[in-house]
Structures are given as C-alpha cells and as structure tokens.
Design a protein around this ligand. Structure first.
Ligand code: AMP
Ligand code: MG
Length: 306
C-alpha cells in the first residue's frame, strides 16, 4: 500500500503516525487532506537506516552525529538541511527537513521492509488530541485512510522532541520524549528563538498557541486555590496523582500513583480523551513539575487550553 501511494496509520513509541511514502508528492498530499492539516506545517520523515539519512540530508553536522549516536532510534527529531530528493510539500518549502528514527519494533520492521522514508505526522485531525492507540485512530480517521497497523499503546505517549541542529549545538523547537536534561548531556542547548525564527520561515503548528486540544474547554490552574474561581457546574480534572483530588470534581483522571512523569506522559492523551467524553463543562489541570518530561507535558497542556 505504501509503495502504491497509500495512507497507513502506524504505531510508534511517541504517538500513532499517519504514514505515506515521503518521496511521493501525491501520497504526501493525501496526508494533509486526511488530517485537514495546513500546508505550512512541515512533516517529520521517518527512517530506519543511516543510508536514508545520507540521501535525504545534504550535511550531517557534528552535533547531529552525537545526537544520533545517543538517541536514535528513539523520540528525537532533527531538523537538517535537505537534499533535492525531499519534496517541498514535505518541508512546506523550507530548506530543512525533520528526520526521526523511531524505536518501536513494528515501525522499524515496516520501514526496513518498505525501504522508503515515510512522512508521518500524528494520525489525528489537525489540532485535536494525538492518538496513542489504534482505536483512537479508527475513531477519528478510520474512514479516510487505507489501513491501521495496530502496534499496541504508544509507550512514550507524547510527540518527539524536535531540535534544530547547528554545528555544535541545538535549539529545541518542540519539547517531547527526549528531555532537555538528556540532550544537555550530549550537546549544548541554546536558548532563544531568534535564529530559529529566521531559519524556520513559517511558524510550525507544533509551536502554535492552540493545538493538541480536546473539544471541552481546558483550563490550567496554577494551584488548588484557583479552583475557587472556576464557576462551572461539572468540572473534570486531569491529575498527576490522587493527592490533587477535590470533592468538586465530577470526573477525574489520575495519571499516576507515584507522580512518575514518564507514566504521566504515556497516559496523558488517552486520559484527556476520556475526560472529553464525560459531558463536563470544563476540564482543569495543574502544571506538571517543570523538569524532564514535565516540560513536554506542560507544553501540551498550555496548547490544549482554551
Ligand atoms: P507532528 O505534528 O508531530 O508531525 O510534528 C511536526 C512538527 O515538527 C512541525 O509542526 C514543526 O514544529 C516541526 N518540523 C517539521 N519539519 C520541520 C522543519 N523542516 N523545520 C522546522 N520544524 C519542523
Ligand atoms: Mg500532531
């Protein structure tokens, strides 16, 4: 199916992806159509071998070599200068392409079998909650795509970390499955978005203020005291541990028993999806600790808020 230009939802360790042959512009166009994704939002290209990296990227800086050695296969996406082989549609006309090597065994086996780079954004309608199991994909895109490969629940549960790579450092474009702390053990992490804004022409929806959103309005409360300001009748709550529970909550999703942020990430999108179905007037959440995977979770929360 993929060789013939089909659209296949695939399991990865981050979230489920909607995959097509990255070298086939028609197939890639179908991804944008199925997701109703704006063409200015570039796609991540998934590969399983070093060989494909060399064909898709014109130069691999030293920092990229170190990052690949440390985090590939895994939830790290590197933005690197592209070759002419990569269609402009994939990169939204940018001179750089985002590349990732997933670690999920089914995704790896598929990539090796098909021996093509696969463009794959998250397998959900644009702007909505990301899918972390095959059922989520079936519910929202089932009638618009050719096949869903069920590879079990996504183990990481949040999207990949996206970094813009220069010779000896990176800038984080999107927080995700590889933490800032882990990156810092391997390369210098620069702050500030100025240079990125210059190099990345269009704003990336992963960076848009509203994204990853449930239908129900979601408010991020700074602390328990702010709950008093919420006037809604039926409140749903997304909680890190049961310690944050409150008698006012009509529906509760507790992400972990012990506050472990990797567990919270793995449960995050599915829990929000369940709350979204509970007929509550508002969903409230508290910020996660601002460290490790908590950064990616806080990023998703702030964009889901509306
Ligand atoms: P996803 O929606 O998970 O497919 O993530 C795609 C995100 O990766 C985009 O919204 C951008 O934030 C980022 N991205 C992809 N390609 C590029 C690129 N060529 N340059 C900069 N950022 C990119
Ligand atoms: Mg997405």
């Amino acid at each position: 199916m993929l060789r013939e230009g089909g659209l296949v939802a695939i399991a990865t360790e981050t979230v489920y992806g909607l995959a097509a042959n990255a070298l086939d512009e028609h197939a890639v166009a179908r991804i944008f159509e199925a997701k109703a994704r704006p063409f200015f939002d570039p796609l991540i290209v998934h590969i399983a071998s070093r060989d494909w990296l060399n064909r898709l990227v014109s130069r691999v800086p030293a920092a990229a070599e170190k990052l690949a050695a440390a985090f590939w296969p895994g939830p790290l996406t590197m933005v690197l200068p592209k070759t002419d082989l990569v269609p402009d549609l994939v990169t939204s006309g940018l001179p750089s392409v985002a590349i990732r090597m997933p670690v999920h065994p089914q995704a790896r086996e598929l990539l090796q079998l098909v021996d093509l780079p696969l463009a794959a954004p998250s397998a959900n309608p644009f702007g909505q909650l990301s899918p972390t199991c095959a059922q989520h994909v079936a519910e929202t895109l089932g009638d618009r795509i050719d096949l869903i490969l069920d590879g079990g629940p996504s183990q990481v549960g949040v999207e990949s970390t996206v970094v813009f790579v220069t010779d000896d450092s990176v800038r984080i474009l999107r927080h995700g499955g590889i933490t800032r702390e882990a990156l810092e053990r391997v390369v210098r992490v620069d702050d500030g978005a100025t240079e990125v804004a210059e190099t990345v022409a269009a704003p990336s929806p992963g960076m848009l203020p509203q994204h990853y959103a449930p239908r129900t309005s979601l408010k991020v409360l700074q602390d328990r005291a702010e709950l008093a300001d919420v006037s809604a009748q039926r409140i749903g709550a997304l909680l890190l541990t049961v310690a944050d529970n409150d008698p006012r909550f009509a529906a509760v999703e507790v992400l972990t028993t012990d506050g472990n942020l990797a567990t919270a990430a793995a449960n995050f999108f599915a829990a929000l999806r369940r709350l979204d179905r509970q007929q509550v007037d508002v969903i409230v959440a508290y910020p996660f600790p601002d460290e490790g995977l908590g950064r990616a979770l806080n990023d998703r929360l702030s964009r889901a808020a509306h």
